[in-house]
Design a protein around this ligand. Structure first.
Ligand code: SF4
Ligand code: SF4
Length: 183
């Protein structure tokens, strides 16, 4: 890998030729760069790791609700959203995955010439919920949203508030990470 000013030379963001690392080589390079930066700044990243843990806790609180909605709607669905979705990992997803130490997925959902998400298995997503792109967590399809609102409007409002807090936490994670590794 090429290095510039002691940093791996990679695209670390949207790139006209390869938006968010769809090409396998750029995916590997982006993840190698994060490994490198985390290793290099290990002594300073404690507070950022705490934000990542806070994010992890927030996400874990959402999953029982999402599992329950999915059990009630997805098995009979005739038009599964994952067949048409163009979900992608963004920088916040990758920083989170690296800092909490979960396995890095092998690539973007539709890279390597896949016309549908590579993680879609016969019974749904093959990735653990924590490892999925954020959009795959917060998105509720119209059917799920209707069911949720009708069955428990109060919990739906709480759910939306949690999504808002997690969004802020993800932004803080990215901002703090960039501040530390850029210092
Ligand atoms: S989330 Fe909605 S659209 Fe997607 S598979 Fe489940 S029921 Fe179907
Ligand atoms: S990563 Fe999983 S949840 Fe997201 S689009 Fe692919 S199969 Fe669906």
């Amino acid at each position: 890998m090429a290095y510039v000013n002691d940093l791996p030379c990679v695209s670390a963001g949207p790139d006209i030729g390869d938006p968010t690392w769809k090409r396998p080589a750029l995916w590997r390079a982006a993840n190698a760069a994060l490994d490198y930066l985390i290793d290099r700044h290990a002594d300073s990243l404690g507070p950022v790791r705490s934000v990542a843990q806070e994010l992890r806790d927030g996400l874990l609180c959402l999953f029982p609700t999402l599992d329950s909605l999915c059990e009630r709607t997805c098995p009979e669905c005739q038009t599964p959203c994952c067949r048409v979705a163009d979900a992608r990992f963004d920088l916040r997803d990758l920083i989170f995955i690296h800092l909490v130490g979960i396995a890095v997925p092998p690539g973007q959902p539709r890279s390597d010439g896949n016309s549908v998400c590579r993680y879609l298995g016969p019974h749904g997503c093959l990735l653990p919920r924590l490892s999925r792109p954020w959009i795959c967590t917060w998105y509720l399809c119209p059917q799920q949203k209707r069911l949720f609102v009708q069955s428990d409007p109060y919990r739906f409002a709480q759910f939306k508030a949690s999504i808002g807090r997690i969004k802020l936490c993800r932004k803080q994670l990215e901002d703090d990470f960039i501040y530390v590794v850029g210092a």
